[in-house]
Design a protein around this ligand. Structure first.
Ligand code: FES
Length: 146
């Protein structure tokens, strides 16, 4: 895409956002914000059995780039495993938005991706705590033999 096509792509996502709306039965949701401007985004994910993103949506208010980013990120992460989503970075956002936009507005461009990755991080920490809790419970249940 050339510069003009990237701009049109962004405007299309801003004006016709994909997967926008609250997800009542989300497995994880997290709000993120850009402290510099107060713009907000909330990402919702439904996780399938194989740790893939089964459904994804977003809500938010803010600049064109951050909100177009929400829409773009929903398309980018749909069907990916949590590990694959975690591995996404600026390079993928450059592919979607163009070098100029990401370089000049990096906080706007990465708000949605950063939020979805933070949500996954929290989710995985929660699962790890559950695993440790379950292990401790299982150990507690083993009677000591003297
Ligand atoms: Fe606030 Fe873009 S100006 S996220």
């Amino acid at each position: 895409m050339d510069r003009q096509e990237y701009i049109e792509h962004l405007l299309d996502h801003y004006q016709n956002p994909r997967n926008k709306g609250r997800m009542a039965d989300a497995d994880l949701q997290l709000g993120g914000g850009n402290p510099g401007c107060g713009d907000l985004i909330t990402m919702y994910l439904k996780i399938g059995d194989d740790d893939r993103v089964e459904r994804v949506s977003f809500e938010g208010e803010g600049c064109t780039i951050s909100q177009a980013g929400g829409s773009i990120v929903t398309e980018l992460v749909a069907g990916k495993t949590l590990d694959e989503v975690t591995a996404l970075g600026t390079a993928e956002m450059v592919e979607e938005m163009g070098d100029d936009v990401v370089k000049s507005r990096v906080r706007c461009a990465t708000l949605a991706l950063g939020t979805v990755q933070a949500a996954i991080h929290q989710y995985e920490q929660g699962r790890e705590r559950e695993r440790v809790g379950a292990r401790m419970t299982a150990q507690d249940a083993v009677p000591f033999e003297n």
